[in-house]
Ligand binder design. Structure first.
Ligand code: ADP
Ligand code: TYD
Length: 215
């Protein structure tokens, strides 16, 4: 008798720069490993050698908004094909520090790039081979929501800013609005985390979301 296909799980972590998402991913990975799951921790742009090269360009080279959008989607395509899809097919838990919601928030909201064109790129890049007509989207997205003024205070002096982190609070207000619009459009997929809470309280919110979903 053939075995049923393993069930992978795809979680993404989103929010403006400095919202605190990277601080919690290792703990979540540990939770799933302790439950016996294979965990693949990855990030966007990045997650494969080619996509990491594209990340360097996107974060550090000046370019026009269309070039930026095409590069983040090119990186995502390679990441999906080389890393995410094989991991999900093995039944692994994939934890991705950012995914496509970041493109809608940063390139769409922040840069003001045409959302219809982003949706077209999304439909090309994320088309599923195993499920025709469906796009590869996370099963659950944690949105670390935080006022841009607090994020800026956290990041001040914490690390050298890249092309995005150097932008002003008006940019991050538009990025936050971009996330809010994506969350409103897909409320079942999104879990909004009040990220201005202390670290332990943020971790407790995350644990409650996972428990509520039986994860
Ligand atoms: N809940 C929190 N309260 C205060 N500072 C935090 C909190 N979570 C993270 N930080 C700090 O804020 C900065 C940004 O956190 P980080 O996890 O790198 O954010 P992100 O990955 O969302 O950009 C780091 O210096 C981190 O130590
Ligand atoms: C995935 C993605 C990221 N970005 C931006 C958001 C972030 O500013 C940056 C990636 O940085 P981030 O993942 O926050 O890494 P770090 O915490 O190490 O700085 O890339 C986009 O503009 N579009 C995208 O599609």
């Amino acid at each position: 008798m053939s075995q049923p296909a393993p069930t992978g799980l795809f979680l993404s972590f989103e929010g403006i720069d400095g919202a605190g998402k990277s601080s919690h991913i290792a703990g979540i990975a540990e939770r799933f490993r302790a439950a016996g799951r294979e965990v693949v921790s990855t990030r966007e742009p990045g997650g494969t050698p080619l996509a990491e090269s594209l990340r360097e360009l996107v974060l550090h080279q000046a370019m026009d908004p269309l070039t930026e959008a095409l590069l983040v989607f090119a990186a995502r395509r390679d990441h999906l094909q080389q890393c995410i899809e094989p991991a999900l097919a093995r039944g692994a838990v994939v934890l991705s520090d950012r995914y496509t919601d970041a493109t809608f928030a940063y390139q769409g909201g922040g840069r003001g790039f045409d959302l219809a064109l982003l949706r077209t790129l999304e439909s090309w890049v994320q088309a599923r081979v195993d499920a025709p007509g469906q796009l590869r989207q996370p099963d659950l997205t944690f949105w670390f929501d935080l006022a841009p003024s607090i994020a800026a205070e956290r990041l001040a002096g914490a690390r050298a800013p890249d092309r995005f982190e150097a932008l002003d609070q008006a940019f991050f207000t538009r990025v936050r609005d971009g996330y809010a619009a994506r969350a409103a459009a897909e409320p079942q997929r999104f879990a909004r985390i009040e990220a201005d809470a202390p670290r332990e309280a943020v971790a407790a919110q995350i644990a409650r979301v996972l428990e509520a979903r039986g994860l």
